[in-house]
Ligand binder design. Structure first.
Ligand code: PLP
Length: 374
């Protein structure tokens, strides 16, 4: 059977990972400044992570959501204390798209409305309502297009308010820093405005923290810089350091009822153990502080670059914008300098999404390579 050919692939076959490095089948070492698309938070094969998951699979890997699973409660307690999201409730699922799908569905149940407000250049995943709220017509099939979504420029509060006045909006979904779209973020007044408008017009504000959450920006969540309290916060990627797990944090005012949401695999024992290991390591190794410090160093180093147009993002969700498409540069970085970086919808943007354990010496390797190629 052949594989359904949907991914353009680099000709590299990683077989081993260790902290910020991956190794191919010939033992060639690559610096991972892409983190497998912002997924690797505590570093590849972190010893605590490997130990905890291995021990758990030896005991019990999975049972359905029909029994008591104390690991889910342990995860929710730990997540509440590290994130500072006091009083929120946790629903667990398996991916970022699924997290947003459940967030949108919950907003619709809660408000009994059905229209969604989203933003230009957004990416929320590929399932039904999540993909409809994604600003990319190429990945929206006719079956998804029936969902009503109004798109506005990030920052356009007037547009958002006019749409809300129409009365049928259940949710506003926003990435405070857009990931795939190209690391755009606007001023705090906009996010505070969204919070205020959502409350005024009885819609729920969903912060999509699938990419920016779990410490990537140096804060636990990107929205925290703007001092808002979204109704729903969606999480995935860094949450499991590669183990498939996602979830939504749900504001205390939103009530659950049996059967409202559900999943077979979500919140299974192994997934909880993976995420608990991530939270332990984040805390013990002060990785959010490290993200901020290494980010500051990165920003300082850009001064020595011969040509680049713009620095975007914050924490370890960074991008260098050039005045040319970066696809050839990325290939040279991988094949000649053995460094993985990321791309974006904006073809001129080179994205840097390393494990949060990255050190300044690793950033030096990138800048040496860039200086040679630019
Ligand atoms: C902000 C954001 N939301 C949602 C998703 C979808 O996550 P997943 O691919 O796990 O479904 C992504 C994936 O890149 C993302 O960046």
């Amino acid at each position: 059977m052949s594989l359904f050919d949907v991914y353009p692939l680099f000709d590299v076959t990683p077989v081993k990972g260790e902290d910020v490095f991956i190794y191919d089948e010939n033992g060639t070492k690559y610096l991972d400044l892409y983190g497998g698309h912002a997924v690797i938070s505590i570093g590849h094969s972190h010893p605590t992570y490997v130990k905890n998951i291995s021990e758990q699979v030896g005991k019990l890997g999975f049972y359905s959501n029909s029994i008591q699973n104390p690991l889910q409660r342990e995860l929710s307690t730990k997540l509440e204390s590290i994130s500072g999201c006091d009083g929120y409730q946790l629903f667990l699922c398996n991916s970022g798209a699924e997290a947003n799908e459940n967030a949108l569905k919950l907003a619709s149940f809660h408000t009994q409305k059905k229209k969604v407000i989203a933003f230009k250049n957004s990416f929320h995943g590929r399932t039904s309502a999540a993909v409809a709220a994604t600003d990319n017509l190429k990945i929206i099939a006719p079956i998804n297009a029936q969902q009503e979504v109004d798109f506005f420029e990030l920052g356009d509060l007037t547009g958002v308010e006019n749409s809300l006045k129409g009365g049928d909006v259940c949710a506003i979904i926003v990435e405070c820093i857009q990931g795939v779209g190209g690391l755009d973020e606007v001023e705090t007044g906009f996010y505070k405005g969204l919070e205020r408008l959502a409350r005024t017009y009885n819609a729920l504000l969903i912060a999509d923290e699938v990419q920016s959450g779990f410490g990537r920006t140096g804060d636990f969540f990107a929205f925290q810089k703007h001092e808002i309290r979204p109704h729903i916060i969606s999480i995935a990627k860094g949450m499991g350091n590669g183990f498939p797990i996602g979830g939504i944090l749900i504001h205390p005012t939103i009530e659950a009822s049996f059967g409202m949401l559900g999943t077979t695999f979500g919140g299974n024992h192994l997934a909880c153990m993976a995420s608990l290991a991530v939270l332990d390591v984040l805390e013990q190794e002060h990785l959010m502080e490290n993200a901020k410090a290494v980010s500051t160093y990165f920003i300082e180093q850009t001064k020595s670059l011969p040509k680049f147009k713009n620095l975007k993002g914050r924490g370890l969700m960074l991008g260098l914008e050039f005045d040319f498409p970066v696809s050839e540069l990325r290939k040279k970085l991988i094949h000649k300098h053995r460094i993985f970086t990321g791309s974006a919808k904006n073809p001129n943007l080179l994205r840097i999404l390393p494990p949060l354990t990255v050190q300044t010496a690793h950033i030096d390797l990138l800048f040496e390579a860039l200086k040679e190629e630019l």
